[in-house]
Write a new protein. Structure first.
Length: 244
């Protein structure tokens, strides 16, 4: 039997933790639960999970603080559980490195779909080159791609400074950078970017993709407020301009 994905659900509501754990367990996941950051740390000390479900509104150390702390040492995917339609929570979560969010109250089927989409992106990111017709995958995967003063190592899934030190990026940020790397000097609409990044569970008109691009720009642009590497094409989308 194939290894099952290991998840940790972090929420201070016992009923919600039990409900989510029971449902996802029935659908093939190995689910651990934690009521706070201390219990989460204990779970992660045993084994690195494949994904965290992290509530924002936790007593004591809140979800934002936990996400910031986890992201500083790990690239484990994080799915934030936010208050209903709270745009601020969603934007802050994405800024801190969360891969996606679900608003409370949520449908369990939607939750499972979003989890599967995040895990699927992780598996498929290395296959982006194979989806480009007429492209030599071996060459593309071997050569780092310059994004301004940093380099994207497609094979190792890392973003590197010139001195070799690593910049932290989320799975979705890597997928978007890889999509740009495969399509230099081409205007990519939001919908096309989501297709290339294997994230069709997000609405192309959902501005969370703009938040992700803004976060990427802070890592690759000399002047994020005046982007030259990843340019906005008004009314059309974004374009990666190599060699800047």
């Amino acid at each position: 039997m194939a290894d099952r994905h290991r998840l940790v659900v972090v929420d201070d509501e016992p009923e919600l933790r039990a409900m989510v754990a029971e449902y996802l367990g029935r659908h093939g996941f190995v689910v651990h639960t934690a009521a706070n950051g201390v219990e989460l740390d204990a779970c992660m000390a045993e084994a690195e999970p494949d994904l965290l479900l992290l509530d924002v509104n936790l007593p004591g150390e809140d979800g934002f603080a936990i996400a910031r702390r986890i992201r500083a040492r790990s690239d484990v995917p994080i799915l934030m559980l936010t208050a209903a339609d709270d745009v601020v929570d969603r934007v802050v979560g994405l800024e801190l490195g969360a891969d996606d969010y679900v608003t409370k109250p949520f449908d369990l089927r939607e939750l499972r779909a979003r989890i599967q989409a995040i895990l699927r992106r992780g598996r498929r990111a290395g296959q982006l080159a194979a989806n480009q017709p007429g492209t030599d995958q071996a060459v593309l995967m071997a050569a780092p791609v310059n994004f301004g003063d940093v380099m994207l190592d497609l094979e190792a899934r890392r973003l590197l400074r010139r001195d070799g030190s690593e910049l932290e990026i989320t799975a979705m940020e890597f997928d978007l950078l890889a999509a740009f790397a495969r399509n230099p000097n081409r205007v990519l609409s939001r919908e096309r970017l989501l297709d290339l990044a294997h994230n069709r569970d997000t609405d192309a008109f959902d501005r969370s993709i703009d938040v992700r691009i803004a976060r990427i720009r802070r890592k690759v642009e000399r002047e994020p407020g005046k982007p030259q590497v990843i340019r906005t094409m008004r009314g059309a989308g974004y374009m990666f301009v190599p060699g800047v």
